[in-house]
Design a protein. Structure first.
Ligand code: HEM
Ligand code: HEM
Length: 280
């Protein structure tokens, strides 16, 4: 990757990791300093696992899982290994999200609070269901060795789109949850009087948005994409021809990554036309 381009990437990566860690720190300070801490007792301390695990797992780990293919120093590693890392991190995020839901449902049931009444809970549960589907489909399509290449290629734009849509939805859900919780919890002084806890946790909301923004930026830069490595077969003018990306002048590691964004866009368009955008 050209030096300048590499520096830009590193800037976004370091920013997103620092902001991600800061968000986790904020949520921990929140539950320990202002709230009831963490416990599994049916009370508010059990509820607190909900924000802690969603911010750590469903937001931070999911965000990191989404960018792993973009790390230039992993481009020499096999694609299969990167798939295991991507899928593994998403699985960890999924497990933490499920535990966070168990905590909040358990807390509601223990206190006889109704379930699933808020927009936050509707969108949140929908996000978890879609995430489950994305994970299962991802495993079947990209890790199951018998899946034909054309299915992998055809599904890739949907996989990327739905992955980013879910990620954005999860962030929106967290913002709703934070707002709701502050309205419920802050009575005297009230939320509208901006006590330090409110300002602190509003800031957590901002950090989460910036984290999401940096992840989505990194993952939508065409010139920061992992260079494709495989030769493929595609159909052109009714004929099936076997074309390597080299033949399309596209597979030179350095060349590909030194391109300007617009050149990379052209490259990807060309590949898409050829059904070759090898993100499989
Ligand atoms: C409740 C999902 C993040 C605060 C719920 C419920 C779901 C859910 C499905 C309903 C539980 C029930 O009805 O028993 C999610 C998801 C999140 C997330 C997928 C991923 C980001 C957060 C965060 C907070 C939060 C960061 C901040 C404190 C709440 C509160 C409730 C709740 C206060 C109880 C009130 C209600 O049902 O709306 N959440 N949540 N959530 N969540 Fe979240
Ligand atoms: C790429 C999301 C699970 C395989 C991506 C991208 C996103 C994403 C946003 C685009 C990354 C980029 O352009 O650099 C998700 C989400 C998942 C999930 C949210 C879980 C819920 C899986 C699983 C597999 C998988 C289980 C199986 C191996 C892939 C592959 C790519 C990819 C092969 C293409 C990488 C490339 O462009 O080189 N995923 N994914 N994903 N994902 Fe997933």
């Amino acid at each position: 990757m050209a030096m300048e381009n590499y520096r830009h990437f590193l800037f976004f990566l370091i920013t997103s990791i620092l902001i991600g860690f800061l968000s986790i720190l904020f949520v921990l300070i929140w539950v320990f300093q202002w709230r009831e801490g963490l416990a599994w007792d049916g009370g508010l301390a059990e509820f607190n696992w909900h924000p802690v695990l969603t911010v750590t797992g469903f937001i931070f780990i999911q965000g990191i899982a989404i960018v792993v293919y973009r790390l230039p120093w992993t481009w020499k590693c096999s694609k299969l290994m990167m798939k295991f890392i991507h899928a593994g991190l998403h699985t960890v995020a999924f497990v933490l999200a499920v535990i966070s839901l168990v905590a909040v449902f358990d807390f509601h049931n223990y206190k006889s609070i109704p379930n699933m009444y808020s927009l936050h809970s509707w969108i949140g549960l929908m996000g978890v269901v879609l995430y489950t589907l994305q994970l299962v489909l991802g495993l079947c399509i990209y890790l199951f060795p018998m899946t034909p290449a054309f299915i992998r290629a055809a599904f890739m734009p949907i996989h990327v789109y739905s992955g980013l849509l879910i990620f954005g939805t999860v962030i929106a859900t967290a913002l709703m949850g934070i707002t709701e919780k502050l309205f419920f919890a802050l009575k005297n002084p009230a939320y509208k009087d901006s006590p330090p806890e409110a300002v602190f946790i509003n800031t957590l909301g901002l950090l989460i948005v910036v984290f999401g923004g940096t992840v989505i930026w990194m993952v939508t830069r065409p010139s920061w994409k992992r260079p494709s490595e495989e030769a493929s077969t595609f159909k052109q003018d009714g004929k099936v021809s076997s074309v390597t990306e080299n033949e399309l002048n596209l597979n030179s590691f350095d060349k590909a990554t030194m391109e300007s964004s617009s050149e990379a866009w052209k490259r990807n368009l060309k590949l898409e036309e050829a059904g070759l955008r090898s993100t499989m």
